[in-house]
Design a protein around this ligand. Structure first.
Ligand code: UDP
Length: 248
């Protein structure tokens, strides 16, 4: 059963279980959309019905980050652990190496997707790279890209355009692409390619990855105001739940 968190349906899966689900999607051969949902995007979806619709239409929604895990507990539908975009992408790259899956990487600045693909292949030699593209294409180039992806027939398409741009793009193009697994991965290509460093492990474990990103990229401050606002919205929702229970 899915966990209902502030109107979204989140799959209560561990990282390993998420990889298992993706494996099933690939076996089915039909197109699937995987969303790793963080608190910032879920908060935004509270006031953007189109975004909420995209999230609700996804086939697998993982709890991306400490904020979602905390909210799930507060609202009485706990998810086991956080399954972030980068962790799921790396775990899938490992499985792709074992299975010989073809990967397509779309997004980030010119040269970054190629570099990330090289790094993934160096770590997981069985991976096949079906293609790469940077993420700053005009609309004509995007049409050509869709044809290129269709011809390449990857098992997984990673899209790194930032959230929620990548989720809208996947939702819009999923059926015509026909790729079994399409997943938005935000800034993960930059991290894999070595352009951006991830938070130290102790900060990741303490649920403080957001703080590290804020220190490194202060321009994110405005976006990150969504986090306390999300926490307040969750607390109000959990109070409502309790009051409803008392009045029943
Ligand atoms: N990006 C892109 N095309 C765009 C906008 C962004 O390829 O039109 C890329 C950008 O270069 C970066 C990633 O999308 O690699 C966004 O990273 P960010 O960390 O902001 O995303 P988040 O993880 O917050 O969703």
């Amino acid at each position: 059963m899915k966990s209902e968190i502030m109107g979204a349906l989140v799959d209560p899966v561990t990282l390993e279980e998420a990889v298992g689900k993706v494996e099933q999607f690939i076996a089915s051969g039909k197109p699937h959309h995987v969303v790793t949902l963080n608190a910032e995007i879920l908060y935004r979806a509270q006031r953007d019905p189109e975004l909420m619709k995209v999230i609700l239409e996804a086939d697998l929604v993982t709890p991306d980050g400490a904020g979602i895990v905390w909210a799930s507990k507060r609202l009485g539908c706990p998810v086991p652990e956080r399954v972030t975009g980068i962790d799921l992408m790396l775990a899938l790259a490992k499985r792709a190496g074992e299975k010989g899956w073809r990967l397509f990487l779309y997004g980030a600045a010119p040269g970054v997707a190629e570099e990330a693909a090289k790094k993934l292949k160096a770590k997981n030699s069985g991976i096949r790279i079906a293609g790469t593209s940077h993420g700053y294409l005009n609309s004509g180039e995007q049409k050509q890209l869709i044809e290129k992806i269709k011809e390449a027939e990857p098992h997984i398409l990673f899209v790194a355009l930032g959230a929620p741009k990548q989720e809208f793009w996947i939702n819009r193009n999923l059926e015509q692409l026909g790729v079994p697994v399409c997943m938005g991965v935000g800034g993960s290509f930059d991290v894999v390619a070595g352009k951006v460093r991830r938070a130290p492990v102790f900060m990741q474990r303490a649920g403080l990855e957001w703080l590290y990103r804020l220190i490194k990229e202060p321009r994110r401050f405005k976006r990150m105001l969504a986090l306390p606002a999300f926490a307040v919205a969750v607390l109000i929702e959990s109070m409502k739940q309790k009051m409803n229970k008392i009045s029943q």
